[in-house]
Design a protein around this ligand. Structure first.
Ligand code: FES
Length: 121
């Protein structure tokens, strides 16, 4: 089984759109699924896709030390195993935890596409 790092954006736009409830659901779902040992949960952001929030970034934990001041907390890195989820809700978050974290099966239909969505708002 893989290990993960799951970040919910803490930026003001994502918060205004419900990121705190998404974060709470991630915490509760990880706990309910006994997945806490396999997934570090934290708040990152702003990722710069504010109009698509609440935004969530899941990365495979490769043992790389996480520097709190590193760019990974406010931009996508393009690393293998990095997945960006947009327009998140608690219901979608639960699904991401159950399938992506719990079964190593990223939820493709919820993937965000930061470059192709720029004209939406
Ligand atoms: S506030 Fe979340 S991406 Fe900007």
């Amino acid at each position: 089984m893989k290990r993960y790092r799951l970040s919910v954006c803490k930026g003001s736009s994502c918060k205004a759109n419900g990121a705190d409830a998404v974060y709470a659901e991630a915490r509760d779902s990880l706990s309910a699924g006994k997945l806490v040992p396999r997934c570090e949960l934290y708040r990152g952001g702003c990722y710069g896709f504010c109009h698509m929030g609440p935004n969530v970034v899941v990365r495979e934990d490769t043992g790389r030390k996480r520097d709190p001041l590193s760019p990974e907390d406010y931009q996508l890195m393009g690393w293998p195993g990095e997945v960006y989820y947009s327009h998140m809700t608690p219901e979608k978050m639960r699904r991401v935890v159950e399938e992506h974290i719990g079964k190593d099966a990223p939820v493709k239909e919820l993937f965000g596409q930061p470059d192709s969505d720029s004209g939406e708002d």
